[in-house]
Design a protein. Structure first.
Length: 251
């Protein structure tokens, strides 16, 4: 790291990743957005799942102003961020065989639904098993991951496969292994992760595609408005009522 402040260099790195994702993942973004639109139009439900920090991007598309009201968070204790104590337990839970199946067994996911699974490495048992089990149940799967991990790390699932191997659509975040964009001679470890920025942007690009695709088909996208805008609560109440059978965070 040489020219510019650390802040400048991080912004440069993040912007470069966003540009790369925009250019290289355009086809996959269109495919993912179309799949979600197909699901909505056919009466299916939408779910998002991520463990640890990958859960941040999942939470960002649920009950979100400007977002699709039908996106539901698929969650389990100890897997939503760093709220579990100790925080390191969450990392261990991602490697537990059978946990993903147990989560799906107690979830409303069914055939005809679409599940977005976010996992930066895609190598742990949890996201792999989640994708396999969801597809076995007749759901479609969109994976958001860094494909580079599959080439340079070993899978932690008994099958030796990765999340990317069990998806209908794969969105590659292009994040380098280790998820740290900067180095400095005076700091012994790389630092400044960008996966949350890039993954969230990828998902918002997908949902923008979904909304536009639905509109092109003559279907009003079930979007939410901010509760801090006049009329927002009334707008959302109408959407919640119309789609109450497909929105689970209201129950």
């Amino acid at each position: 790291m040489s020219d510019g402040t650390p802040a400048d260099l991080f912004f440069d790195a993040a912007i470069a990743l966003l540009q790369r994702v925009r250019d290289e993942e355009a086809e996959a973004i269109t495919a993912a957005g179309t799949l979600l639109a197909d699901t909505v139009a056919a009466g299916g439900r939408l779910f998002a799942f991520g463990a640890g920090h990958s859960s941040l991007a999942a939470q960002d598309v649920v009950y979100r102003a400007g977002g699709l009201a039908l996106m539901n968070l698929l969650a389990a204790p100890g897997l939503v961020g760093v709220d579990v104590m100790p925080a390191t337990l969450g990392s261990r839970l991602e490697r537990v065989d059978g946990l993903a199946t147990a989560v799906l067994d107690t979830s409303p996911l069914r055939a005809g639904d679409t599940l977005v699974i976010i996992s930066l490495s895609g190598r742990n048992a949890l996201p792999v098993e989640m994708a396999v089990s969801a597809r076995t149940r007749g759901a479609r799967v969109i994976g958001v991951t860094s494909v580079a991990y599959a080439a340079e790390t070993a899978s932690r699932h008994s099958s030796g496969t990765y999340l990317k191997d069990h998806c209908d659509v794969v969105l590659d975040s292009k994040i380098a292994i280790g998820d740290a964009e900067l180095t400095l001679d005076t700091i012994p470890a790389p630092f400044a992760p960008a996966s949350t920025v890039v993954t969230s942007a990828l998902l918002q690009a997908v949902l923008a595609t979904t909304a536009a695709t639905l509109a092109d088909r003559g279907i009003e996208p079930p979007l939410l408005r901010s509760g801090n805008v006049d009329g927002g609560h009334e707008w959302n109440a109408r959407v919640f009522e119309e789609y109450r059978d497909r929105i689970f965070y209201q129950h």
